[in-house]
Design a protein around this ligand. Structure first.
Ligand code: AMP
Ligand code: MG
Length: 543
């Protein structure tokens, strides 16, 4: 154990209270050469960040600064940029890259690992919990394969902003402490179209209690390394699931309990994503966190109109494996891969693993239904609610309707059962949601109104007061999300040297469920110019 700073805020990064239990308890790579290679029999490789030309801190999260017990002005110092740009390793750190494998787009890809992320180690936060600090874009590691170990500014802005936006939405996620530009250029082919070009480089310091992924367990399993596999499970349980760590517990029982928790936290996470319209874009098994956190912000996107087929990721455009409507099934598939990686530890007795994985669809369905009933202002879900919920997804597809605005403004549709409201009166609060307002007529309008009348009756049945209902609805239907085009506007500005937009939008996203006066611009429908623009509607894995 280490001593924490208790009440005193850290003003010198050499005072960060490191307690590097991961590198202490997990087996290390015995080879210390930083060259690309297969790493066997180890959970990580020690490797230092590669220094950069001119690190400059352009944004930070005040909340994470506070969580880590740092003085609020520490990010303004030169030393902060040096440390979180990877130029200076602070006292107590033990930098390393993690080994993992994964299924990418459904196929086993072998060893992946932290190819450009280097963890400095774990610090004890102000609540007494461990937080790993990881620099993404900090240079090559043994796991870099053919790539350069760096990250570009546009993808780093996206990761920084979305991590914090997700946190403020109340959705489990890795956090982002800082965004540092490197003063160096990185060459990328944005759309893999044969047009590589230099772009500014950047490094995000990600923060999470653990960056362990499903693929972490798959890698030793794929190599038949049962000893490492068991060690990974036991240390992960000891560090991150200590409530399950009962002495003398049979391994298969422990595995079942642990995997069941992973299944349930993953289900809860996906329900949250479905609620806010987040599409991860690359749900490979190396991008699913063992803690049920949103992890690895790449070509993610936010659903605008209610299109279950939508994927932001151009790399996924043909198969649409990672489209919005597929996320619940894909997460289940990934859990099955994790369970299969654990089979060597239980032999023939796979029942505990099967039962654990089977908890996923049950947990998902229950949580999804309950979430939908609550966001619609109905209170607890009732069996008869499934039909109107399904009808809603059909109605929302009848024309191009912005789903964020629709759900948020639904709370304003009149519900008093004693009032005979006209169709126009019902629709009036919702008209801002249509991308083409002229489409709110004829059959489209009639269908929506029919649904709204069913919805109203159910609201009246729900027994909530109006204040309870609107508060419940507003707490689940955000006004502000990181709309794809808003992120791109901020990136365009930042690339031309003005980084103020990052801080401005972060401030809006701090209170996503509150209407904020003077900030309508941030809740508006996507403008037409952004419909087919790279970065707004088209993203790739190039980052
Ligand atoms: P991702 O698609 O971001 O989940 O990354 C898949 C794998 O590629 C991970 O092992 C990453 O560390 C690695 N990777 C992605 N970009 C780079 C890069 N620029 N340099 C080195 N490795 C990378
Ligand atoms: Mg990844």
């Amino acid at each position: 154990m280490t001593v924490t700073t208790a009440g005193r805020l850290i003003s010198d990064l050499d005072d960060l209270p490191f307690d590097n239990r991961f590198t202490r308890d997990m087996p290390a790579d015995v080879d210390d050469r930083n060259v690309r290679r297969q790493v066997d029999g180890a959970a990580f490789s020690r490797v230092a960040p590669t220094p950069v030309a001119a690190p400059k801190t352009i944004a930070w999260s005040a909340e994470v600064v506070d969580l880590l017990g740092m003085q609020p002005d520490l990010p303004r110092t030169e030393d902060f940029a040096q440390v979180f740009g990877g130029n200076r390793v602070p006292v107590g750190a033990d930098p390393f890259a993690m080994a993992y494998g994964g299924h990418q787009f459904g196929s086993w890809a072998g060893q992946l690992g932290d190819g450009r992320a280097i963890a400095l180690g774990e610090v004890i936060d102000r609540t007494g919990s461990h937080q790993m600090l990881q620099l993404k874009g900090a240079g090559p590691t043994p796991y870099s394969r053919t790539a350069d170990g760096r990250a570009v500014l546009r993808s780093s802005v996206r990761e920084f902003l979305c991590s914090e936006a997700m946190f403020h939405l109340g959705i489990p996620t890795t956090r982002a402490l800082s965004l540092v530009t490197t003063g160096e250029q990185v060459v990328r082919d944005i759309l893999y179209s044969g047009n590589p070009a230099p772009e500014p480089g950047a490094i995000v310091c990600r923060v999470a209690p653990s960056f362990t992924r499903f693929g972490t367990f798959q890698l030793p399993a794929s190599r038949g390394d049962v000893e490492l596999l068991e060690r990974l499970v036991r240390v992960t349980v000891a560090h991150n699931f200590s409530h399950l760590d009962v002495p003398d517990r049979p391994l298969s029982d422990l595995l079942g309990a642990w995997l069941g928790e992973v299944a349930e936290s993953t289900a809860a996470l996906v329900v949250d994503w479905m609620r806010v319209g987040f599409v991860h874009g690359v749900l490979n098994t190396d991008n699913l966190s063992i803690l049920g956190l949103t992890i690895d912000y790449g070509p993610y996107g936010w659903l605008e109109d209610w299109d279950p087929m939508w994927t932001p990721n151009t790399t996924d455009a043909s198969g649409r494996r990672y489209r919005y409507g597929m996320q619940p099934q894909v997460a289940h598939w990934n859990l099955v891969q994790l369970a299969n990686a654990l089979v060597p530890l239980v032999g023939e007795d796979v029942a505990p693993l099967q039962e654990a994985v089977d908890r996923y669809p049950v947990a998902y369905e229950a949580a999804y239904r309950s979430m939908m009933a609550r966001r619609l202002g109905w209170g607890d879900h009732r069996p008869g609610d499934d039909e109107p919920i399904e009808d809603l997804s059909r109605v929302l597809r009848s024309s191009e309707i912005d789903q964020v605005i629709f759900f948020r403004d639904l709370a304003d549709v009149p519900v008093d059962p004693n009032l005979d409201v006209s169709d126009d009166g019902l629709l009036a609060p919702l008209t801002g949601a249509w991308y083409r307002p002229e489409e709110i007529s004829g059959e489209v309008a009639a269908e929506i109104c029919t649904w709204l009348r069913v919805w109203r009756r159910r609201v009246a049945d729900g027994g909530l007061t109006d204040a309870e209902r609107t508060t419940a609805m507003d707490s689940l239907n955000p006004r502000y999300v990181l709309r794809n085009y808003l992120a791109q506007e901020v990136i365009d500005q930042a690339e031309s040297g003005d980084t103020s937009g990052i801080t401005d939008i972060l401030d809006v996203l701090r209170r996503p469920y509150e209407d904020q006066t003077g900030r309508d611009r941030f809740s508006a429908r996507r403008p037409e110019w952004a419909r087919h623009r790279v970065g707004c509607s088209m993203l790739s894995c190039s980052s």
